[in-house]
Write a protein that binds this ligand. Structure first.
Ligand code: 523
Length: 135
């Protein structure tokens, strides 16, 4: 994977919620909610990178699943890929974010309508909402 790939975790619970994290930086993204994750480092697979990032950011160990269908390419050349993940050990805490929250479909729509979702991550919302409503 190139250094310009960013991987994010779509952590969905059996009771129809997704774990979102509120960014603390940079100023233009601070306060907005995202799927937690970060840049893939040289030599890492997407799954390795997601396991590392979610351990650093949330203090949990995850098992990585399928990729969401939509890949987002940014003007800066960064490619964003979301992978499903399941927490297999630990209780998530906000180690690097302002806070974290398990949100259901209704709350996710409300956050989106309030402009509180990181713009890039909005691309994933239709797929995530459909999935949450099936649970
Ligand atoms: N995004 C983004 N959505 C999203 C993530 C995890 C990241 O749009 N769900 C963007 C934000 C930044 C870039 O991807 O432009 C890198 O994300 P960041 O800062 O979370 O990645 P880190 O923690 O690997 O990067 P450094 O802060 O540079 O270490």
């Amino acid at each position: 994977m190139s250094a310009t790939t960013v991987v994010a975790g779509a952590i969905l619970s059996d009771d129809g919620r997704i774990l979102l994290a509120q960014r603390a930086y940079p100023p233009e993204l601070a306060g907005l909610w995202e799927l937690p994750g970060g840049k893939v480092e040289p030599g890492e697979t997407l799954a390795d990178a997601l396991v590392r990032e979610l351990c650093e950011e949330l203090n949990v160990r995850v098992e990585v699943g399928d990729r969401l269908a939509v890949a987002v390419t940014l003007e800066s050349g960064l490619e964003l890929i979301a992978l499903r993940a399941t927490i297999v050990d630990g209780t998530p805490t906000a180690a690097e974010h302002r806070m974290i929250e398990w949100v259901d479909a209704e709350r996710l729509r409300a956050l989106d309508q309030a402009g509180a979702v990181v713009p890039n991550d909005r691309e994933w919302l239709p797929e995530i909402l459909a999935d949450l409503l099936e649970r």
